[in-house]
Design a protein around this ligand. Structure first.
Ligand SMILES: Cc1cc2nc3c(=O)[nH]c(=O)nc-3n(C[C@H](O)[C@H](O)[C@H](O)COP(=O)(O)O)c2cc1C
Length: 211
């Protein structure tokens, strides 16, 4: 029920049935679940190749324990390595590295390290074998705690965050500051975005709502 003063308007809707859409469901979901943060996922192959690839199907899964997840659509090197070694590192994709982030999505052969191909620097991790992207302000070092496959093509990888490393330069009063992190996000198709206007809103307790 709408409360007094709240705006309510009828919209003319078009409905989509995923069963009828088939493969068109993929671009549709990509266009509406936006903006998505981009995990820059580093894994190490059993041959010792440092693999790096962006994944925008990425979010927090749990707080205690701290767990994040990324989804591989298809059986890619990142998925294969994370499952085989049980480790991955998520680096944040900052605005100034957009070109490099995009280039790491190129389908390089498995024996080519995107670090070398794209010219990024390896920084040793504290708790896991896969390295951090030295040029990125954040690294979440993760140990795989599970996977979940959907329909054979999409696999969600869950990783417990066992170490967090932040660049001092993105901290303000000891906390990461959005104006300093400048993360990139992914939209539909080939569209990307940056952080727009940031505002703060206190959560309103029920007792303060207008009756
Ligand atoms: C911004 C961006 C976000 C992406 N997000 C995903 C994703 O969430 N899942 C996925 O499977 N591929 C995603 N891709 C495509 C992969 O990065 C690409 O297939 C890459 O070559 C996979 O590398 P790998 O085989 O080394 O793991 C994304 C690409 C870009 C540019």
């Amino acid at each position: 029920m709408a409360r007094a003063g709240w705006h309510s308007e009828r919209v003319s809707r078009r409905d989509f049935d995923p069963a009828a859409l088939g493969s068109q469901m993929y671009p549709l979901l990509n266009s509406v679940v936006v903006p998505r943060p981009i995990a820059w996922v580093t894994t190490r192959s059993d041959q010792g190749v440092d693999n790096l690839a962006p994944h925008s199907y990425f979010t927090i899964s749990s707080i205690e324990p701290p767990v994040v997840q990324f989804t591989s659509v298809g059986h890619k090197d990142s998925l294969r390595n994370a499952v085989a070694t049980g480790e991955f590192v998520v680096s944040l994709c900052p605005e100034h590295l957009q070109e490099q982030v995009n280039l790491t999505a190129t389908d390089f052969p498995a024996d080519t390290s995107e670090y070398d191909a794209v010219g990024l620097t390896r920084e040793p991790s504290a708790r896991v074998a896969p390295c951090r992207v030295a040029e990125s302000p954040l690294a979440l070092e993760c140990r795989v705690v599970g996977t979940r496959e959907f329909g054979g093509a999409s696999t969600v990888v869950f990783g417990e965050v066992v170490w967090v490393a932040l660049d001092e330069d993105v901290l303000r009063n000891g906390r990461p500051d959005i104006d300093l992190l400048r993360p990139l996000a992914r939209l539909g198709g080939n569209q990307w975005s940056t952080i727009g206007q940031v505002s703060e809103h206190r959560r309103v307790p029920f007792s303060e709502l207008p009756s």
